[in-house]
Design a protein around this ligand. Structure first.
Ligand SMILES: CC(C)(COP(=O)(O)OP(=O)(O)OC[C@H]1O[C@@H](n2cnc3c(N)ncnc32)[C@H](O)[C@@H]1OP(=O)(O)O)[C@@H](O)C(=O)NCCC(=O)NCCS
Length: 175
């Protein structure tokens, strides 16, 4: 499968909102701890993406899509938060990396992270930070891409089913 990764402008994001909501719901249903509890309703997912669209419009966030080049189907997404306090103009937070459960282990997350890191470097960011579920598949991805583990925080968040999960923080220096 050929995959196209694109940084979305406002129009592209507006057009993709329904698909992004479906992707978010599918990932939460599959058990991902990415900020939401089960069952995530379409209305709640739509409200989340509408808020994100506002942040993109204000220049506080960037969002990438990964699509099947042939069919155009949305396969994944990732975000870079740049709207941070005044004393952190050189930093970015990575958020909501997600790949459709049917499209995993085909290198799509790797492509999304490569695009995000390249853009962050190009725009002069020096330090990227993220957190993820301790022991999750995502940890292996970040380590493989050269992210440095800071450490786990026990009982940091919940899985969609309400059970507790530890979260591990990572950073990557781009300088
Ligand atoms: C984590 C996630 C984004 C990975 O997406 P993906 O497209 O399947 O990942 P890739 O195919 O690009 O994998 C790249 C590398 O990550 C690691 N990896 C990814 N999934 C893995 C898994 N299930 N088990 C072990 N390692 C895994 C491997 O090192 C892999 O390289 P390899 O396939 O050559 O061994 C996806 O599983 C997902 O959306 N999970 C739910 C949401 C989530 O937890 N996001 C992270 C938020 S911080």
């Amino acid at each position: 499968m050929s995959v196209t990764v694109r940084l979305l402008d406002q129009a592209g994001l507006a057009a993709a909102l329904p698909e992004l909501s479906k992707l978010l719901i599918a990932c939460v249903e599959a058990g991902a701890s990415i900020g939401f509890m089960a069952v995530l309703s379409p209305a709640r997912a739509d409200a989340f993406w509408t808020d994100i669209a506002g942040q993109v419009e204000r220049g506080d966030r960037l969002i990438w899509s990964a699509r099947d080049t042939d069919t155009g189907a949305l396969l994944g997404s990732v975000q870079l938060i740049t709207g941070l306090p005044d004393n952190q103009p050189h930093r970015g937070d990575v958020a909501k990396l997600m790949v459709s459960p049917e499209a995993r282990r085909r290198g799509i997350a790797d492509l999304l992270m490569a695009a995000l890191e390249a853009k962050a470097r190009d725009t002069g960011l020096r330090t990227l930070v993220l957190d993820t579920v301790t022991g999750s598949p995502a940890e292996a991805l970040y380590r493989k891409r050269g992210w440095v583990e800071v450490g786990p925080v026990p009982d940091y968040a919940l899985f969609p089913d309400g059970s507790a999960c530890s979260t591990t923080f990572f950073y990557k220096s781009l300088a």
